[in-house]
Design a protein around this ligand. Structure first.
Ligand code: FAD
Length: 471
């Protein structure tokens, strides 16, 4: 018979639970078929996010051996698959606990049942699954600190080993039967939107090696400075599954030197727990993608002006730190965490634009887009999440810039029009005199915009609106 491994956002051979288990259970005569399902919904708005994902699929395909592609709505696509692979008896996959993936899995399970195919599912994407970290009474946490305390106490799942030789012996190639899916895959991967340099399993492991070598010891301090290469850049690999959170966690423990500074190491582990926390919150609150978790903040009168939203998206707000951040994401598919907090606060509080719009825009552009973390981050910034920033704490975009990009290195990297602006004005270039603008080669209003809002006034307005809702 044939065992099918349904590959999804777990694009790696090492430490992939479903794959390792499927290989382990293969009998001598059994065949192993690797399957990838392209869902039309997931490629509807093909942008940087999808592009990076499919380039990772391509990388995985290069090392996995034959990978079979099917395309279409899940029920139809799988029925047709089982009509072709008539001896499929088992299907293995790492299940989705949240969002679209969860709904898709639920829709397709009856098809497996109807065809008499045994389903084997595992929790592989988070380090601890949504229901593993619970309070004494079995309930799920709403607040990160107590969650983290409990998270730390739990034994972490081990790294799983793949029997590569056995896998290779049993791999089957029936690509000839799946030309439609194959064609779709080729169409999606043949012309990447940008030159991605860090893609796939090998790149993930190398990057982690570099990070563990030295930067991790200073992570607690450097992680706030967007111009520094001080973070792990693991998010894109964790999102695509090019590396597993177990591998990251155990390598941190095994490869860091206990005699060196531990603040950075501890702070990094805490962030891995944050990923699990938001995963759990989204699992517990599936409505979070569309509804404010703090009920009293539902129905805020958001500004519907599309032109204002466009300026934020296109890095034309006139606040250099905000614009540098948006330019970084639009061009590179990644944005520094400090900058994500600042632009999300700016959109929701300074522009009073619906956080859902920002969340959806990030979904298109971020190579590391994870619904749970992104929704969590946006609801945090909009002060509507379970454990969010208080509504009256509004980030000052100029102050953020002065604190975290003191010399304007980050700004100058992403906004070439400000490269010759003197340090004194880099956070507020509109304050340059006409002569100074001339000298800097940057005319305000032409080369770079005036600030689009008065932060002080907008801050007061936002606080007032939130306050009215609260009371
Ligand atoms: P590092 O600082 O090296 O952190 C290590 C890992 O910990 C990350 O790879 C990530 O998996 C996890 N992590 C770190 N911070 C957070 C956090 N606040 N929440 C959840 N996990 C975290 N992260 C995503 O992975 N996908 C998203 O779509 C996403 N959207 C965000 C939206 C907003 C508005 C905000 C404020 C944050 C968002 N984050 C998101 C969290 C964070 O910004 C990124 O995880 C981080 O910048 C990724 O870079 P890194 O891998 O170098 O992180």
């Amino acid at each position: 018979s044939t065992s099918v491994v349904w590959i999804r956002n777990d694009l790696r051979l090492n430490d992939n639970i479903a794959l390792a288990e499927a290989v382990k259970n293969l009998g001598e005569e059994d065949e192993l078929l690797l399957l990838f399902h392209i869902h039309p919904e997931l490629i509807r708005e093909f942008d940087l996010q999808e592009d990076y994902f499919f380039q990772t699929v391509r990388k995985f395909h290069e090392s996995s051996g034959p990978l079979h592609f099917i395309f279409g709505e899940e029920e139809e696509a799988f029925r047709s698959f089982f009509d072709t692979v008539t001896d499929a008896e088992d299907i293995y996959f790492n299940k989705a606990e949240t969002g679209f993936g969860k709904e898709r899995d639920e829709r397709v399970l009856p098809v497996f049942e109807e065809r008499g195919v045994r389903t084997h599912t595992y929790i592989d994407h988070p380090l601890h699954g949504a229901e593993e970290v619970t309070k004494k009474d079995g309930g799920l946490y709403q607040v990160f600190s107590p969650y983290f305390k409990q998270w730390q106490k739990l034994t972490k799942p081990p790294v799983v080993k793949l029997d590569t030789d056995k896998m290779k012996q049993h791999l089957t190639d029936r690509s000839g039967d799946f030309t439609d899916g194959e064609e779709k895959y080729r169409e999606l991967t043949k012309a990447p939107l940008r030159k991605w340099e860090e893609v796939g399993e090998e790149a993930a492991e190398q990057r982690l090696t570099r990070f563990l070598d030295e930067p991790i010891y200073y992570y607690d301090e450097d992680r706030d400075i967007p111009s520094k290469d001080g973070t792990s850049l693991m998010s894109r690999y964790l999102r695509t599954g090019a590396i597993s959170p177990r591998t990251v966690y155990h390598r941190v423990l095994q490869e860091t030197d206990g005699r060196k500074r531990q603040d950075g190491v501890e702070s990094f582990v805490r962030e891995l727990a944050f990923r699990d926390f938001y995963h759990m919150v989204y699992y517990n609150h599936p409505e979070a993608d569309d509804k404010e978790l703090t009920e009293k903040f539902r129905g805020i009168p958001w500004n519907e002006d599309e032109e204002i939203f466009e300026r934020w998206k296109e890095a034309r707000t006139g606040f250099p730190f905000i614009d540098a951040a948006m330019a970084q994401m639009n061009e590179s598919g990644w944005m520094h965490n400090r900058a994500r907090m600042a632009v999300a606060s700016f959109l929701t509080k300074d522009l009073l634009i619906d956080w859902r719009k920002g969340e959806r825009y990030f979904n298109r552009k971020l190579a590391d887009y994870e619904a749970a973390s992104n929704i969590g981050g946006w609801q945090w910034a909009a002060s509507t999440g379970t454990d969010a920033v208080p509504y009256f704490r509004v980030f000052n975009p100029v102050r953020q810039s002065e604190r975290f990009d003191k010399h304007g290195d980050y700004i100058k990297e992403w906004l070439p029009e400000l490269r010759n602006v003197p340090e004194k004005y880099i956070h507020e270039p509109h304050k340059m005199s006409e002569d100074e603008q001339k000298e800097a080669g940057c005319t305000i209003g032409e080369d770079y915009p005036e600030p689009m809002v008065d932060h002080k006034r907008m801050r007061e307005r936002a606080i007032e609106i939130y306050k009215q809702k609260k009371d």
